[in-house]
Design a protein around this ligand. Structure first.
Ligand SMILES: [Zn+2]
Length: 300
């Protein structure tokens, strides 16, 4: 049996919110089978916000969720680390609306999960296996999912900037490849946009410690972690946003110039297009056995 997993023990860290600049305490706690991934705002009396597309809210520069007027922001890097390290059930406690930005990548969250350790639970994991293509597009932004035996992502980006024209990469996402090839890739921004964000009271916690900043003639940070760190970070964002379907996906995600708004709209469309996928127990390497479990309903 391919079992659901949770953390072995609680683990905590402190960071700052990218937009507020406020200090944030984050704790990851073990949770029982079929609990899923839920955020809990300790500063607001402990209301839960399940990490599913049913609770999407405020998708602009990052992905936000809300439930009963309780919100959490910038969830995508943490969700990408959890789904890629096969943590199905976890309670994420915060004392602030923003998940801390850490270094702008998912590597610190991978480290936290590895420090806590992961253990199996007495319940089978269910995967959402794509059986027919699903696609949406807006202008030249596109995103689609195709049947595949593995979870793969192909991402391409192009910007009108001398240092960042076109980058494209295909990766099969496994725990190992995520940790090595995707998690360390940092978020990026353009210097010309930083001032505009600050004037709007955003990115107050942003610095060269937590984002790659592209000036007109060069990267303001000393060095990139990968030559194509930008497109790798887009893969990271897409993996995190896709996690909001509530199950690990088996399929080939292909995206061009998309962003959080399109990723999350697409995640919601996947659940609506129920004829395009089925829930299976066990990943593709094993015998597939369809299960007749309904999509997790929004009970909150
Ligand atoms: Zn990101």
């Amino acid at each position: 049996m391919d079992a659901q997993r949770t953390l072995r023990r609680q683990i905590s860290c402190v960071g700052i919110g990218l937009h507020s600049g406020n200090k944030v305490n984050l704790s990851l706690k073990p949770a029982p089978a079929d609990f899923g991934v839920r955020f809990r705002r300790r500063d607001l009396g402990g209301h839960d916000v399940p990490a599913t597309v049913h609770h999407l809210a405020g998708i602009q520069l990052a992905t936000g969720l809300a439930c009963n007027e309780v919100s959490v922001e910038t969830v995508e890097h943490l969700l990408a680390a959890l789904v890629s390290l096969n943590v199905d059930n976890v309670l994420i406690e915060l004392n602030s609306p923003e998940v801390p930005i850490m270094d702008g990548s998912a590597a610190p969250f991978v480290y936290l999960i590895q420090e806590a350790g992961v253990k199996p639970l007495q319940a089978p994991r269910k995967y959402l296996k794509i059986v027919r293509p699903i696609a949406i597009s807006k202008g030249d932004k596109r995103i689609s999912l195709y049947p595949s035996e593995h979870f793969k992502v192909t991402y391409s980006i192009s910007y009108d900037h001398p240092l960042l024209r076109h980058q494209s990469r295909t990766l099969r996402i496994t725990e190992e490849s995520f940790i090595e090839e995707v998690a360390p890739a940092r978020t990026f921004t353009f210097l010309k946009d930083v001032e505009m964000l600050r004037q709007n009271g955003l990115a107050l916690g942003g610095s060269l410690e937590n984002a790659i900043v592209l000036g007109e003639t060069g990267v303001l940070n000393n060095a990139l972690r990968f030559e194509d760190e930008f497109v790798r970070h887009k893969i990271l964002d897409a993996v995190g946003d896709l996690a909001l379907v509530g199950y690990p996906v088996i399929g080939h995600l292909v995206a061009h110039r998309a962003g959080h708004a399109l990723h999350t709209e697409f995640a919601a469309k996947i659940l609506e297009d129920a004829h395009c996928w089925r829930l299976v127990e066990g990943s593709s390497e094993r015998a597939l056995s369809p299960v007749s479990v309904p999509v997790k309903a929004s009970a909150h």
